[in-house]
Design a protein around this ligand. Structure first.
Ligand code: COA
Length: 329
């Protein structure tokens, strides 16, 4: 069997400034009790005034180097930054990261909302396994708090900032990125949006100046798609949920995570939860959760992991992978 692409190095970063639920209580008509009961969120990390997505992305790569050494970046020939909040419409944030680390690599941004980092992993897999690239640096980085309406209690309390980065390259069997499920349903574009250079959706509905979300509709969509996408990814991988050592879902809402975990029949100790600490930081949420799980010693070589995410578009993505196989481990 030819080699699969797999994650051989990981890094993550969250800004040091934290907003607690008590901070929000002081800012608007909300309560710690409401936020915790509805979402499970206690704190979120907020980028500094002069800290943007490229800075967060670079800090996550710096963390990757700290964990794995400079050698982890040697031979990276493509940089992908999955983000909804690029520093600029152009140049790509990925080009800023490429320049910062002096990489001899192509660079582009990828926009697929919160599942963007999983989409980036799928692109990295295709590049590596086709022989087009040797190593891909796949980053999820988000400065979402820059585009929030700080008067809107229904969205402001939910989101945070952060970044995560992975090196993807060929790994020996049985390791690597296995099945992917990637989906989109643009008919739900009106449920979650923010303006860039356009004014309206094709339906004529105006695009929002700040992040707009129909929380109830997105909730229903999330619960449904977390279920269908994970089942399909498991089926495609030939694995049963019993064989999943760790479930790493998008960190948007604890109730959505719990619903997905229960449908999969997994015990609580086999799911990673970081939404209490970070809120929803979109493309950064899964790599940050993976970094936490690694730091806590919850992931070993040979473990099968199940990743899943959902977001604006509407989009979704799920992946089954077998962790390990890195030359430096
Ligand atoms: N504090 C206090 N009350 C709040 C509030 C806050 N921060 N935000 C909203 N409310 C109020 C609403 O105004 C509403 O009041 P009303 O009944 O008087 O109109 C009430 O709480 C209930 O709102 P509702 O939307 O029914 O709450 P909910 O149980 O659906 O929870 C979300 C709201 C946003 C937490 C939930 O819908 C959700 O998590 N949706 C999915 C969001 C998501 O995952 N997004 C990620 C996309 S990547």
């Amino acid at each position: 069997m030819s080699k699969l692409a797999g994650i051989t190095a990981l890094g993550a970063y969250a800004p040091s400034k934290v907003l607690t639920n008590a901070d929000f209580e002081a800012m608007m008509d909300t309560s710690d009790e409401w936020i915790i009961t509805r979402t499970g969120i206690k704190r979120r990390h907020i980028a500094a005034e002069d800290e943007f997505t490229s800075h967060l992305a670079i800090s996550s790569v710096a963390d990757l180097i700290r964990r794995h050494g400079e050698g982890a970046l040697a031979g990276v020939d493509m940089v992908i930054v999955a983000t909804n909040t690029p520093d600029a419409l152009f140049p790509a944030t990925a080009a800023l990261v490429q320049d910062h680390f002096g990489l001899k690599a192509g660079a582009f941004d990828l926009l697929a909302a919160c599942p963007g980092w999983l989409y980036a992993l799928s692109v990295a897999k295709a590049y590596v396994e086709s022989g087009m690239c040797r190593k891909v640096l796949a980053i999820g980085a988000e400065a979402l708090t820059k585009v929030m309406d700080w008067q809107d209690r229904a969205t402001a309390v939910l989101f945070g900032d952060g970044a995560g980065a992975a090196v993807v390259e060929a790994v020996p069997a049985p390791y690597g990125l296995k099945s992917f499920v990637l989906g989109a349903d643009g008919s739900g574009a009106n449920q979650l949006h923010i303006r860039a250079v356009g004014r309206c959706l094709p339906s004529g509905e105006p695009l929002a100046e700040h992040l707009y979300m129909n929380g109830r509709e997105v909730y229903k969509f999330a619960v449904r798609v977390m279920n269908t996408a994970t089942i399909e990814a498991l089926q495609r991988s030939g694995l049963h949920s019993d064989e999943i050592a760790l479930f790493v879902p998008h960190q948007a809402n604890l109730r959505i995570i719990e619903a997905a975990r229960e449908r999969l029949g997994l015990p609580p100790e086999r799911v990673v939860v970081t939404v209490d600490e970070y809120g929803n930081n979109s493309t950064a949420s899964i790599p940050l959760a993976l970094a936490h799980a690694l730091d806590a010693g919850r992931i070993s070589d040979g473990d099968n992991l199940l990743l899943v995410s959902f977001g604006a578009g509407l989009t979704w993505a799920a992946n089954v992978l077998t962790w390990g196989g890195a030359w430096h481990q």
